[in-house]
Design a protein around this ligand. Structure first.
Ligand code: PMP
Length: 362
């Protein structure tokens, strides 16, 4: 009987998402640097909104997200009618695949691209197509060369996770204009706010009909636990995504806290400035210990070790010191560790521990 009951094609191809651990057994004060979270947490305005939201627990939330879209539009200078809000940017990335791809279609992502992209492709029965990068940087020509008549979506993150590298606006525009006519370019801007002056691709969305940008409250806004993201795209595409979206996808709490967070740009600014300073400091400190990294544009660095064995030993050593970082073997980077830029004390602890590890001091 159960042999007859089979999941849709692609579902069993899905490799379960590997989330970052938050505890180390036997260590009481572990510092979690494995999920690119904001070390300062959420801003004051967002915390207050969270407390106030208790009064609305019995009410269904609005389905149109008008107030949050208005706040996002005002802050990012975008038309609120071209914005859609979801349960993390993961939901927007998923809605795009649900609406525009299915069995027989292809979804392109890049060699070290974010692990949700192939998961989402398999979820909708499409074929995930992995395209090589050039030295951990997205290669536009390789993507264009991999496109076929069946390509429906291309996912790229800029800055990218877990490499932290970025490609320039001209390259992104060249990619958008070179894609086949039935293919959408999805610009994942989860880390866009960490790059001063970077619009995440918003201007490109405005000038083309085949580009959608996704953004998140999980990173610089410090709200990963609440699950809120958004997308910006051509009106007809946003209309399509709204048809696929659950009407009550976001709770009153999510909506109220996200709106307060957008209006608290001082917290965003403080977080960006701190990240920029500590990221440079950490990268330099690790390089001095013989652990190089590419210049990162995000809130983490990808530390490169001599081998997979050394990276695994470094990971175990850091763990024993209460420092939780992310192994990147699943991203095709087994000799690397991705380390979130924490606060000053966390960065100093990481640099010190890696210095001891490299110096052979146990
Ligand atoms: N895109 C990228 C590149 C990410 O790194 C992440 C989170 N790790 C996401 C999207 C998803 O973020 P969320 O669903 O929390 O908005």
């Amino acid at each position: 009987m159960t042999e007859q009951i089979k999941p849709q094609p692609g579902i069993m191809e899905i490799k379960l998402y590997q989330g970052g651990a938050s505890q180390v057994e036997g260590v009481s004060e572990a510092v979690k640097l494995s999920s690119n979270e904001n070390p300062y947490g959420a801003g004051e305005g967002a915390r207050e909104a969270y407390q106030r939201a208790v009064h609305d627990l019995h009410r269904y939330p609005p389905t149109d997200h008008l107030s949050l879209r208005g706040a996002l539009g005002a802050q990012y200078r975008l038309d609120p009618d071209q914005i859609i809000c979801g349960v993390g940017s993961d939901e927007i990335l998923t809605l795009l695949a649900q609406a525009y791809a299915g069995p027989g279609d292809e979804i392109i992502y890049t060699e070290h691209g974010f692990s949700m992209y192939p998961i989402i492709a398999n979820m909708v029965g499409a074929t995930p197509v992995k395209v090589p990068e050039r030295e951990r940087v997205i290669d536009v020509d390789a993507i264009l060369g991999a496109c076929t008549d069946a390509t429906r979506l291309v996912y790229i993150a800029n800055p990218a996770n877990p490499t932290g590298t970025m490609i320039g606006g001209n390259e992104v525009a060249r990619l958008a204009s070179g894609l086949p006519s039935r293919c959408l370019l999805v610009l994942d801007g989860a880390y866009a706010e960490y790059v001063e002056g970077h619009d995440g691709g918003a201007r490109l969305v405005a000038s083309r009909d085949n580009v959608v940008m996704t953004r998140t409250f999980s990173k610089i806004y410090g709200l990963g636990g609440l699950r809120i993201g958004w997308g910006y795209g051509p009106k007809d595409i946003i209309d399509v995504l709204n048809r696929v979206r659950q009407p009550f996808n976001l709770s009153n709490t999510q909506l109220a806290v996200a709106e307060a967070a957008v209006k608290d740009q001082a917290h965003v600014e403080k977080s960006r400035v701190s990240n920029t300073r500590l990221r440079a400091w950490l990268a330099e400190a690790l390089a001095e210990h013989g652990v190089p990294s590419d210049t990162s544009c995000a809130n983490f660095i990808l530390a490169r070790f001599a081998s997979r064995d050394e990276a695994e030993a470094a990971d175990a050593y850091l763990k024993s010191r209460g420092l939780i970082v992310r192994q990147t073997g699943g991203y095709g980077l087994p000799h690397c560790l991705r380390i979130t830029v924490g606060d000053e004390s966390a960065c100093r602890r990481v640099a010190h521990a890696i210095g001891q590890f490299k110096g052979g001091v146990a």
